[in-house]
Design a protein around this ligand. Structure first.
Ligand code: ATP
Ligand code: GLN
Length: 147
């Protein structure tokens, strides 16, 4: 069974120049995902160790009248990648390709519009701040100089 990814993110509102792709993934799949992203020219990535539950768990119990969640949170990694709008779909497809096992618990991807990007070192904003030297945009323009 192939995972579905028919909708294009660029159809979504609110419209923005940059989007954050936020993926909650199985920790042991992260090295594979990040090296694939690096190969496609994605160089700015932030990850955090998180815990959560989806279809994998999340039973609740009652004790002394108050409800509390059992501590059955599963260790996950949150990967955050801010990219220009035209790179969002390629990033999502690559993450799915590298992270998917087909079993429950493969994770989820959220796409969030980003109002602006500011590089602290230089104070640059917008496209200048989001672009990274030797990054995906440079790779693509080097491959087709007229594009
Ligand atoms: P500089 O040229 O000043 O080094 P830079 O754009 O390369 O700027 P860094 O200052 O090296 O950015 O990045 C610091 C941290 O910010 C990175 O380790 C990473 O966690 C995060 N980061 C940078 N760019 C992105 C991005 N596009 N998406 C997600 N995280 C990012
Ligand atoms: N869009 C940037 C570029 O092409 C890369 C952004 C990123 O690596 N997260 O330079």
């Amino acid at each position: 069974v192939k995972a579905q990814s028919s909708t294009s993110t660029t159809d979504f509102v609110p419209e923005a120049n940059f989007y954050k792709v936020e993926a909650i993934l199985r920790p042991w799949r992260v090295p594979q995902v990040s090296s694939a992203l690096l190969r496609m020219g994605i160089r700015g990535v932030t990850i955090s160790d998180v815990r959560g539950f989806g279809a994998q768990g999340g039973l609740t119990e009652r004790q002394a009248g108050s409800e509390f969640a059992e501590d059955n949170f599963v260790a996950k990694v949150k990967m955050e990648i801010v990219v220009s709008k035209d790179q969002v779909d390629a990033v999502i497809e690559k993450i799915i390709e590298e992270a998917r096992t087909g079993e429950i618990g493969d994770g989820k991807i959220f796409v969030i519009p980003v109002a602006d990007v500011i590089r602290v070192r230089t104070g640059e904003r917008g496209e200048k701040a989001e672009r990274m030297k030797g990054g995906r945009a440079d790779m693509i323009s080097a491959a087709s100089p007229l594009a």
